[in-house]
Design a protein around this ligand. Sequence first.
Ligand SMILES: Cc1cc2nc3c(=O)[nH]c(=O)nc-3n(C[C@H](O)[C@H](O)[C@H](O)COP(=O)(O)O)c2cc1C
Length: 297
Amino acid sequence: MKDISELLGCKYPIIQGAMGVICNPEFVAAVSEAGGYGLLATSFENDPGKLKAMVDAVKALTNKPFGANLMAVNPKAVEVAALLVEAGVKVVTTSGGSPKVLLPYLKERDIKVLHVVSNVSNAVKAAAAGVDAVIAEGSESGGMQGFNGASTMVLTPLVADAVDVPVVAAGGIGDSRGYKAAFILGAVGVQVGTAFIAAEECIAHANYKNALVSASEIDTRLMNVEWAQFRVVATPLVEEMMDKGGPSKADFSAQGPSMEAAWVQGDLEASIIAAGQITGMIKAVRPVREIIEEMVS
Ligand SMILES: Cc1cc2nc3c(=O)[nH]c(=O)nc-3n(C[C@H](O)[C@H](O)[C@H](O)COP(=O)(O)O)c2cc1C
């Protein structure tokens, strides 16, 4: 395989990481139109009508390929998978748990599955279970992650040595140097999250984007939320929460609606904003095509 674009059918081997409410259909379509692989995030969205509408909205905006992310820990993951497949999705990434429960359904329907892993052992298990590729996500990544993660620099070559399926590197990739490094480490593609939040087409609020532009590489924190950790920008709210030992599982779950208030409406006092350490490299808000083309240049 030349690179992961062959499996995905897109121009460049660059997957836009799933990022909750901020990867809406318009943004997913913009990434795919620019030659990357746009990805809808389903998180815990189980409403059949809304899921179908999201897929249809992307299709109305682009005829380029795109996929969707499935949270394996969602108790309704198989039902969500069925809805996406029915709506025409051909590739899914699975994260936040084992892909095993989803694989029989997806493979029977010839859906390509890329599973997100944060260690070698889970990569080996996923490959043995039959995924088409693994996404090795290092601990510098923004958003949710497990405990005791390893950095992309360490994880990517170890996973590439351990599995015989294609490996995509995620975490800390923001420009052409990070992109090239991923290939040298043994990956055949990259997944990018944080750097894409600062794309003009992303619906993240200007306050979120500006926080990324002003944050340095040491301005993120790994916040313990009992069942997982979140890499977030060290806003005053985050510092306050961490001073108190971090939010409990219940308090964090209650953040669901306020996350939208922070991410999309820009109220940074309402909730955390997730970002990876590569935020230190973000100096401006740019069109997504410019971000992608600089990366592959
Ligand atoms: C705001 C935000 C939300 C995210 N939400 C999800 C998600 O719903 N599902 C998922 O698999 N990964 C999620 N991620 C991880 C990204 O898909 C991607 O793997 C990660 O951001 C790559 O690292 P980077 O941030 O250094 O580019 C999220 C990341 C961010 C920054």
